[in-house]
Design a protein around this ligand. Structure first.
Ligand code: PLP
Length: 402
């Protein structure tokens, strides 16, 4: 018999399974609210116009070739990306205490960072928000973390952050635990701490000697302003924390498939930078040897060219603006229908996702009866909504909860 005979079939990845069911569904008015990508008002993927322009510029550049790029990536990219995160006036950058390493999108940055923490700093305990992006568990477990815990985050009753519970859990976390923090636009809840709450989080983490690992998958996409969305990360830098941050350009550049991201390591002393960079180099080398060039060329060209950067800012305002409009539209429909329950959270939440508060039974009904596809947690992607389907979705939610 085959050597593979005893391989068990692994669990399905919900988000991809739902999209497959959606694609196979012949129902005319079906709606996909499960995907983790931006959609236009016509329900189509969007190539940002600035990305299109830059692609043509890059393709026409006779000096470029397909040689390997350095293991740590294209420097013009990692530098610009680190500045986008920490700001033009970052002391860590000026003092050479911030190392940036190109990564395979946000997931790759988390992976390289988690391996570095586990293998080089001996960290084994990680805390995620409850709930979090489901892949965090797989990435950290696969990188050598053995104790995976959650801190309280979402309160289903208030449909907001359980801040006291969160602080209590951080207070009880063992010293040196790695705490994964969503920098902005928390996935899946769409609820972010206020600036004052970030200060309290920093206080507890400082006191309890907890290590922050920021996951920044939506910079600029949340509020439409990349500076505002970087508040938490920049605040931790200003407080003198050492931390890691995984950056993704999947959402804010629409470069999902190009796998472009950056891992930033902020340190107290510049004297550790060279050793840290060398260890990250070895991890990348052992994992996929060198990163791809395409996305790095696009992002660095945009970030380093003032006119293109301005165009990009307009694109992220367009995306976050449309999401904001859809929040208002869904809220209005549900309020007009007098759907039982409170729906303010739909407009109060930020980013692409909304945690509707719908339970598994209600979700099942939406999928089976109404052909509206969403995660069993009740998470919906606001960009799956548009002027043509928002009333239909609201009516279906109304029926599901009454
Ligand atoms: N982290 C969070 C919270 C996310 O939501 C995502 C994407 O959905 C990622 C990281 C990583 O995405 P990617 O690897 O495509 O950049």
């Amino acid at each position: 018999s085959s050597v593979f005979a005893n391989v068990e079939e692994g669990a399905k990845i919900e988000v991809f399974a739902l999209t497959a069911s959606y694609n196979n569904d012949p129902f005319k008015d079906k709606v996909n609210l499960s995907v983790g990508a931006y959609r236009t008002a016509d329900g189509k993927p969007w190539v940002l116009p600035v990305v299109k322009t830059t692609e043509m510029k890059v393709a026409a550049d006779p000096t470029l070739n397909h040689e390997y790029i350095p293991v740590t990536g294209i420097e013009a990219f990692t530098k610009a990306s680190t500045v986008l995160l920490l700001g033009e006036d970052s002391k860590a950058i000026k003092e050479n205490r911030a190392v940036g390493v190109q990564a395979l999108s946000g997931t790759g940055a988390l992976k390289i960072g988690a391996e570095f923490l586990a293998r080089k700093l001996g960290r084994s305990v990680v805390y995620f928000s409850d709930p979090t992006w489901e892949n965090h568990f797989k990435v950290f477990r696969g990188s050598g973390f053995t104790t995976i815990k959650e801190y309280r985050y979402w309160d289903p009753v208030t449909r907001a952050i359980n801040f006291d519970g969160w602080m209590e859990d951080l207070n009880n976390a063992p010293e040196d635990s790695v705490i994964v923090l969503h920098a902005c636009a928390h996935n899946p809840t769409g609820c972010d701490p206020s600036e004052d709450q970030w200060k309290q989080i920093a206080d507890v983490m400082e006191k309890k000697k907890l290590f922050p690992f920021f996951d920044s998958a939506y910079q600029g996409f949340a509020s439409g302003d990349p500076i505002r969305d970087a508040f938490a990360v920049r605040y931790f830098e200003s407080r003198g924390f050492e931390f890691l941050c995984a950056q993704s350009y999947a959402k804010n550049f629409g470069l999902y498939s190009e796998r472009i991201g950056n891992l930033v390591v902020v340190q107290k002393e510049s004297s550790t930078s060279a050793a840290v960079a060398s260890q990250l180099t070895l991890i990348v080398r052992a994992t996929y040897s060198t990163p791809p060039a395409y996305g790095a060329r696009i992002v660095s060209t945009v970030l380093n060219t003032p006119e293109l950067r301005e165009d990009w800012m307009n694109c992220i305002r367009t995306m976050s603006g449309r999401i904001h409009q859809m929040r208002q539209a869904l809220f209005k429909e549900l309020t007009d229908l007098k759907t039982p329950g409170t729906w303010n959270h739909i407009v109060d939440q930020i980013g692409m996702f909304s945690y509707t508060g719908l339970n598994e039974q209600q979700v099942k009904l939406l999928i089976e009866e109404y052909h509206i596809y969403l995660l069993s947690s009740g998470r919906i992607n606001m960009c799956g909504l548009n002027e043509n389907n928002v009333a239909y979705v609201a009516q279906a939610i109304h029926k599901a909860v009454t």
